[in-house]
Each structure stands twice: as structure tokens, then as C-alpha cells.
Design a protein around this ligand. Structure first.
Ligand code: 9MR
Length: 570
């Protein structure tokens, strides 16, 4: 029949785990079940069956069928799935499927490092090498002595290092905090799970490999050192708070290599949100780094305590949405969630009563809507505190602890239910295609994975893995949103250095870079021109100019790296 679309059979273009779920979506208007065949690399039929008719999918407008070949137990490369004469992209079925993605998604952070030369041998080739950016070497004007925006302070600070946020060269404490938390949380989880490969030294491509500290922590430390430099020093107004962000005075053009950025750099006013992000990230640091570097852990804890006290003293210094010239605003008008997150981290690390009181008296401790359908994000961080309290041993009363853990499982049930309603099994509501929707997908999938840890129930592991299927090609566009992974993978993400589409002498984004994903609000000129009338789940274009759908960002790669590490556990 002609009912199936040309690229009708949507699979995870990387593949499937032998002991994981194996599902595909078929785009077809056929109203009765269709036969499917799984073929191995030789073309032989390895398994077959019939589809399940699912009907209309709200977010994409597609009519879909489901193929479930989870019971297939073979392994190999070059499988395809055929339905109604349409053949899927090829994929693998193997146990080590996610090892490469785990390493590449973490290498993204190395390549986003500011203030250090990026080495060809670590970055995957000469095309990715570049001199250190923003060390005060002309034409750079920062970040070794950065003044404040007019009226904010009368001194300069050394805020070198850290990770560039995204395709731009800004460094934002609120987004750095959530991203580094997820990176360290991934390590903390791997440790509980005994996942040796994720715990080791010399398992990632970082310059510190071989220093007897796990590489994931080496990478995280690069950001943590920067975050601590953003703390206002003693003796100055707002001492102990964190500057909200540091970025260029004016937006730079694309492409701009980091070391060629000639814009003045500026510190923006301290905020309560940034201060609490710093407190949360450094409190977690103190706990997780303690076995590896006591002095650094102590420095983190001191920073966390200072930040907490400073935030208590100035609890409502809010970063405005309007401050968006030369960098993103990262405005946040509500900081109760950040208070809860910071209190939870400080409590889990110290066990001290004052932090426990701050946890238990927070409205977010009992609120049922900490885990929203859209999911947590840089501005909505209460869920991070809940996850820590649910997974790190602490002194909460037994019933309270049980309630905290149950809240994570019930959130996961909600995300699984959302997946079940959709043709592409995405843990987002149909109206959830916001700027960075792929980050929301990955965050929600990580909550499902935490529920697996708490319950041991297979359906949660399956759900987290199935969300990876969505990001890797089983979606409304048949697009793998992860560069280098899949036959139809994003390659023109918005980035000032990985800008091949704008300048052929520059590279495409390295393997393992996640695009922001569909954003139904069409918030950039390319999207406004090319995506008019798109169904929400299809509002994406692999064009370097579409920063609202196709940028990379540390807070999207962090949960993808988290999930890849989870999927690589065995
Ligand atoms: O991820 C951010 C998203 O939630 C906001 O809606 C958007 C507009 O303010 O900004 C996104 O963050 C961008 C930041 O402002 C600047 N660096 C790139 C980030 C990813 O696009």
C-alpha cells in the first residue's frame, strides 16, 4: 500500500541493548496491523511479527503503529526493520552499545572548557584543537580580570575556566550549577551501582587522566573551580553571594573562535538563585570528592556554607529576564526551589540540624508538584534536592524518607504514562516542546532511571532506555539529535567554533553533542522562516542559525551523559 511514509520506520539509529526494550514506531495511515521483519546484516529474517495500531499522535500529527521486538535475543550489527516495504536505518544490538556515547557525551564538556588549550589527541582530531580561550591574551579581554557591569561593583575578578554554556561564550552560574550537579550525580549513582567503567581514572579523554581521581570528577572540577571563583569575596558588598553570570558585552557573530573573541567581558549582579546553585553544587562536591581530595572537598564545603548564609541574608535578589544583551538572561523570579535544593545537598553532606530544618520546613519538601510533567530545569531545581534525599543516606525520619522516595517513583509513573500515550514514547506532555525540549526528555528519563534504582522494577529501566530511543531517532522527524550517532544525525548545531555550516574550515560538532530539539514557539529567525505551521514535535531544523531548536548546551548534554552512563551499566 502507499499508506506508509518513505522513512516510515523510526528506530533508535544507534541500536538496542540485548536485554533492553526494543520498540520502533511506524508512520502509516493503515488502520489494520501490518507484518514486520527484523533482518540481520546478511538480510536473513531474524524475527517477525505484526504491528500494533496506535492511531493519531497529538504532538506530531502522525498516525502511528508500534513494533515491539523486545523478545529478540540475538546480537550483531547492521540490523534493519522492514514494515510495509519501508526499511529502517540500520542499527546494532549489542551489550556495549552505550560505552562510546558515555565517553563522547562527557568529552563534550572537555571541548567546552574555557581557559585551557583543547588538544587534538583528546578532542578527536586536529579539527577540534584550539588555543585556550579567555585568558586575557589579545584579542580576548577576559576572563582573568573581569570588571562588573556599570554600578554592580568597583573591582575586577579572575573568573577564568569553567565550561562555555553552549554555542556562545557566556558562563552562567545557574546553568553551570545544574549541569555540574548532574555530572557529579551520575558519578555518585555509578558508585552505588558498582559501575566500574564509569568510576575509573583514565576512562575518559581528559587532560587529568592518570591522576588517580576518577575522570568524571576531573571534568566536574573544572566547572566547580570556576563556580567558586564567581563567589563575591569577603569584605565586599554581598560577600558570599555568587555573581549571576559573566559574558560578552555584545553578542558575538557566528563563527567566533573562543580565543578570537574581542568583546569586553562583564560580571553581572549577584543573585540569590546563582548563590544557591553554587551552594548546592559545592555541597554535593564536598560529599562526593571527599574520598579523593580532602582539601578540595573542604574548600567546596566552606564555599557552600558561605553561599547558604549569604542567600539567607539576601533571599530575594532576583535576576531579571531583561538582562539579555551579549548573553542569555537566565532570569529566575522564584528561588524557593533553589533554597530547597541547596538545603538538601547541605543536609545530605553534613547531617546538620539547621539544614535538615531548612529541608523539612520548605514548602517544596511536601509539595506534590516538584516533578512537573515538563520536568526540572535550570530555573526549577527542587527535584534535584528530592533526588538527593531519595538516594543519599540521610537522617530524615523514616516515614519522611519513604515519602520522599515514593514521590520520585510516582513522578516516574507519570512520565511512563505520558510515554504510553504517545506514538513516539516521549516522556513529555504534547505541549512540552519548549526551548531545549530534548533536555527535558533526558531529565525526565533520569527520574525514571532513579525510580529503577529505588524499586528494582524493570519497567523503569525500560522507560529510561526508551527515552534514549526517542533522542536517537525514534521520533517525529526520524532524526537522531546526537551528532555522530545514527545515519540521520544532527550535524549543524548552533556553535561559534563547531561552525562548519558557516565556515567550511571549521569542524561540525563532535560526536556526542545533543541538539536542543523541537521548540514549538519558533524563537529564532530561521525557525520563524522555515518551520511555519509545524506540529510541535516537528519544530526542529538542523541549521546552524536555528539557535532555539539546534543549539547545544551543557544542561542538555549533562542529562544525556547521565543517561548514557546509566545505559552503559552492566
Ligand atoms: O535554555 C535556555 C532556555 O530555557 C531559554 O528559554 C532561552 C531563552 O532565554 O535561553 C536558553 O539558554 C541559552 C542561554 O540563554 C544562552 N546560551 C545558550 C543557551 C541555550 O540556547
Amino acid at each position: 500500500t502507499a499508506a506508509a511514509a518513505p522513512d516510515a520506520v523510526r528506530v533508535n539509529q544507534l541500536g538496542y541493548l540485548p536485554n533492553g526494550p526494543k520498540r520502533a514506531t511506524v508512520v502509516t495511515t493503515a488502520t489494520t496491523a501490518l507484518p514486520w521483519q527484523l533482518r540481520d546484516a546478511t538480510g536473513a529474517v531474524a524475527a517477525s511479527g505484526t504491528t500494533v495500531v496506535r492511531g493519531a499522535d497529538a504532538a506530531s500529527g502522525d498516525s502511528t503503529h508500534l513494533v515491539d521486538f523486545s523478545s529478540y535475543r540475538g546480537r550483531g550489527t547492521g540490523y534493519t526493520l522492514t514494515v510495509d516495504g519501508r526499511v529502517s536505518h540500520p542499527f546494532d544490538i549489542r551489550a556495549d552499545l552505550y560505552d562510546g556515547l558515555r565517553a563522547d557525551t562527557m568529552n563534550f564538556f572537555y571541548q567546552q572548557r574555557s581557559g585551557i588549550p583543547i588538544e587534538a589527541s583528546l578532542a578527536g582530531g586536529a579539527a577540534y584543537a584550539r588555543p585556550a580561550g579567555h585568558l586575557g591574551v589579545a584579542p580576548n579581554q577576559g576572563d582573568t580580570a573581569v570588571p562588573c557591569q556599570a554600578g554592580v561593583c568597583d573591582y575586577a575578578r579572575d573568573v577564568r575556566g569553567g565550561w562555555y554554556d553552549a554555542g556562545d561564550h557566556g558562563k552562567y552560574v545557574v546553568n553551570g550549577g545544574i549541569s555540574v550537579w548532574q555530572t557529579v550525580n551520575s558519578f555518585e549513582r555509578a558508585k552505588r551501582a558498582g559501575h566500574q567503567a564509569a568510576l575509573g581514572d583514565a576512562t575518559l579523554r581528559v587532560p587529568e587522566r592518570g591522576n588517580r581521581v576518577p575522570d568524571v570528577l576531573d571534568e566536574a572540577r573544572w566547572e566547580l573551580e570556576f563556580l567558586m571563583r564567581m563567589q563575591v569575596p569577603e569584605g565586599k558588598p554581598h560577600a558570599g553571594m555568587a555573581f549571576h553570570k559573566i559574558h560578552d558585552a555584545q553578542w558575538t557573530g557566528l563563527p567566533t573562535r573562543p580565543e578570537q573573541d574581542s568583546q569586553p567581558r562583564e560580571l553581572h549582579a549577584p543573585s540569590t538563585a546563582a548563590t544557591l546553585n553554587l551552594a548546592a553544587a559545592t555541597a554535593q562536591c564536598a560529599r562526593v570528592f571527599a574520598p579523593y581530595d580532602k582539601a578540595f572537598a573542604a574548600r567546596c564545603l566552606a564555599s557552600a556554607r558561605r553561599a547558604w548564609s549569604a542567600a539567607k541574608a539576601e533571599p530575594d535578589v532576583l535576576a531579571p529576564d531583561s538582562d539579555a544583551t551579549g548573553g542569555g538572561a537566565y532570569g529566575d523570579a522564584r528561588v524557593g526551589d533553589e533554597f530547597y535544593w541547596a538545603a538538601a545537598e547541605l543536609y545530605a553532606t553534613t547531617g546538620e540540624r539547621r539544614y535538615r530544618d531548612a529541608v523539612t520546613s520548605s514548602p517544596f519538601h511536601t509539595s506534590a508538584d516538584v516533578f512537573t510533567p515538563l520536568g526540572f530545569a535550570w530555573a526549577d531545581t527542587a527535584a534535584l534536592g528530592r533526588i538527593t534525599l531519595a538516594t543519599v543516606p540521610n537522617g530524615l525520619a523514616a516515614a519522611d524518607g519513604a515519602r520522599v522516595r515514593a514521590s520520585v517513583v510516582s513522578a516516574a509513573d507519570g512520565y511512563l504514562a505520558a510515554m504510553g500515550r504517545q506514538g513516539y514514547a516521549v516522556p513529555l506532555p504534547a505541549d512540552g516542546y519548549v526551548w531545549g525540549s530534548n533536555g527535558q526528555v533526558a531529565n525526565n528519563a533520569s527520574v525514571i532511571a532513579v525510580a529503577y534504582e529505588l524499586t528494582g522494577q524493570r519497567r523503569y529501566r525500560d522507560g529510561a532506555l526508551e527515552a534514549l530511543d526517542y533522542l536517537l531517532g525514534r521520533n517525529a522527524l526520524g532524526q537522531s539529535y546526537v551528532s555522530g550517532y545514527g545515519e540521520q544525525a544532527s550535524r549543524n548545531q548552533h556553535h561559534r567554533f563547531w561552525a562548519h555550516q558557516a565556515d567550511a574550515s571549521l569542524p561540525n560538532p563532535p560526536a556526542g553533542s545533543l541538539a536542543g530539539g523541537p521548540d514549538s514557539a519558533l524563537q529564532d529567525p530561521v525557525a520563524e522562516e522555515k518551520l511555519v505551521g509545524c506540529a510541535a514535535a516537528k519544530c526542529y531544523i538542523d541549521d546552524i542559525g536555528s539557535y532555539s531548536t539546534n543549539e547545544v548546551a551543557i544542561n542538555w548534554n549533562a542529562p544525556l551523559a547521565w543517561l548514557a552512563a546509566f545505559a552503559a551499566e552492566r
